[in-house]
Design a protein around this ligand. Sequence first.
Ligand code: FES
Length: 103
Amino acid sequence: MSTRVCAVSELRDDEPLRVELAEIDITVVRTGDEIFAIEDVCSHADFPLSDGDVEGCTIECALHGSRFDLRTGKPSGPPATVPVPVYPVSVVDGDVYIDVEND
Ligand code: FES
């Protein structure tokens, strides 16, 4: 089931927004026309990905520089080797919905 987390207008391009849903910390990222939701915990050492930088479809952890693909959650740059869960995003009437039951 999808749950509303914010309005699209609250998202600034390439600026991660941290939300909590079903006791899961999630980073919502808008990049261009696309919006992604990835768990807000780097798989390398439990650091919040929302503190990181976004470039295209990649978010870079601010602590040691691991990079993750926002589409898949897979690491695309070391030192992380384990994927981070990503969640389906939908937009309805200008609001962002995330489905945490289908990562
Ligand atoms: S905690 Fe993210 S790269 Fe180390």
